[in-house]
Design a protein around this ligand. Sequence first.
Ligand code: FUC
Length: 765
Amino acid sequence: MSIRKIMYIVLAGLSFSVCSVVKAEQDLKLWYEQPAKEWVEALPIGNGGFGAMVFGGPAKGRIQFNDDTLFTGEPHDYSHKGAAKYLPELRRLLLEGKQNEAHELGNKEFMSISTKGNNRQEAYQPFGDLNLVFAGHDKFTVYYRDLDLNNAIATVRYKVDDVTYTREVFASFPDKAIVMQISADKPGKLNFLAGMTCLHKDSVVKSQGDDLLILSGQVENGKTRFEGRLLVRVDGGETVSSDAGIEIKGANKAVLILVGASSFANYKDISANPTKRCLDKLNAIGEKSYTILRQRHIADYQELFNRCGLDLGITDKAKLPTDKRLKQFGPEDPQLATLFFQYGRYLLISCSRPGSQPANLQGLWNDKKNPPWDSKYTCNINTEMNYWPAELTGLSECHLPLFEALKDLSVAGAIVAKEHYGARGWVVHHNFDLWRGAAPINNANHGIWVSGGAWMCQHLWWNYAFTGDKEFLRNDAYPLMKGASLFFMDYLVEDQKGKEKYLISGPSNSPERGGLVMGPTMDHQIIRTLFVNTAHAARELGVDEDLQKELLVKAGRIAPNQIGSLGQLKEWFYTEDPKTTHRHVSHLWGLHPGLEIHPRTTPELAEACRVTLKLRGDGGTGWSKAWKINFWARLLDGDHSYKMLAEALRGNTYPNLFDSCPPFQIDGNFGATSGIAEMLLQSNGSEIEILPALPSAFPSGKISGLRARGGFVVDIQWQNGELVSVAIQSLGGTEPIVRYKDKVCKLRIKNTQTVILNKKAFELE
Ligand code: FUC
């Protein structure tokens, strides 16, 4: 770099205001003028593993709560012993074009065996309802409720006669409880009944003393036991309790503390004691006042939430209640995009914290015993999408539950690797559940898909790529990545038709498209990426030299991406179906979340992705649209990316801003957050690109705290569609190459140092 340029950058740093942390200065509230009638109007709170939906009805205030370890079933090994015997036959049938026979054989001999003897996995379950009954409060006026993303507190306020009633509720991670304060602004005016109900048959609710209500039971169709304890403290007045609930009479204020626990210890053991766990939680809370509990909650939450701030500008549209803004979303309401971006981060903090289960198809929130797709973990897109924003937006810790689940899956999946494929390592198919089912489920035509575990390994590598945490790489990530790689080294087969003798995947499928096949493109992209990432990890750690070489050689032999008859990217190695508008666009994995296709590095393949997306159209489920936000951002087309965001918001979002598949499925929330981040910053380990896909709908704004591969924190400010300044702080990375449009800046940064560049820095050669 020339001295003149270095000077310019330093000067730029002095003379241009740093895009300082975008503080939580905007109102980041979802707010409404009426109570929730439907579940998807209620507002979610959660501390990772324990959470609730807050309805906010004045006369009937329902708080429907969940614990993420309540699943039907019990510990179980789903593998199909001896299935590997049929693997050669499955491959032979497929290569001979006998797909129906392969499906039949697969369904008969290759699928999971559940406790019930079928090929299904188990379902996530609701816990209970806390029901508040306020006699006479159906005559309410001046109603307001919100969820404030700045402090993760849901508030309900209304008047009855001349008394204003206020409820505040939050789910505390440090105190492991749902805490609610209910107050009246006139003394002695608080009268209500707090009861609990539960959908699981044989569950019981019992009162103890004047202030405690205990709900206990066992998951119906399962063996897991649970207990919930509601403790009521009052200021003024008195409490009278019975099994029907705790009655609060003539109080000024009441504080409700709800804890819950199950007997789930780990995926093999459900012998924990829920009563003891609840008591431990209540004892730890002890005499802590509401104010202290609230402060501790806010401090804990903000430490995560405030790491990334976004400001896209605000207009009068923000004065409308959230539900009224949704359908009209467009460039006139950029703040709704900000709110949606931050809501994704809020939801991840609320449903995935160290010690909790990973975010399932509904995150943590579920009121049904028979939820859509069992609200388990579908890892042919949905589970991974849940975690796309984790590293990008500074929530690395929220990634940990997924990594813990991968440790379990590597054990359960090793049995599947051996029994179904006679292979080393471990494998996970397209779904898993609390019991870590890793074998194929439902139907051979989509259940025999081998790349779930390999895809999730990409997240392990990301953690290292973004944070540079070598201890994590050594102790946690690498052993899992290596095990996944060993599986595929044994599993891949040589193509016999072409002279190149490419390695291909199969039997497998292109998720939910075209049935069981040999050679789906997505598998090849995922496995290639796994091999390369594993080799890089080994190199970083200075281990397994021979394996490194072998992995790179094999990665180079995997069937490459191909362009099809209409100029689209081919979805399968041997065949194509370019005209479909199907929601799954799996073969564009290499464009996003993979890094092997990009307009600057592989322009022909990127063009083929663009053609594919044009052929597929802009429709789809919530998650499909959310993926397309990311795809178009990677294609550097900000306006199309924004169009997909608008389609998702206007067409696939419920009043509480939950993504609608339909029905509710949380992945689209996280996919949208990631997509907005990808419009503003992309990094591939070689370059950090600033404003790569800035939509014209976001002409001016600022973002702070985005993370880039290599170990950097990036703040960006822009105006009238042009960069004003970018601040890059090193978290360990030292030599970033920073791109803005077609110009790059090569920097040297010391660890923890920040360098600030303005637009002119990119204009100098
Ligand atoms: C796959 C998708 C569906 C849904 C389900 C959980 O089956 O095709 O749209 O997301 O997973």
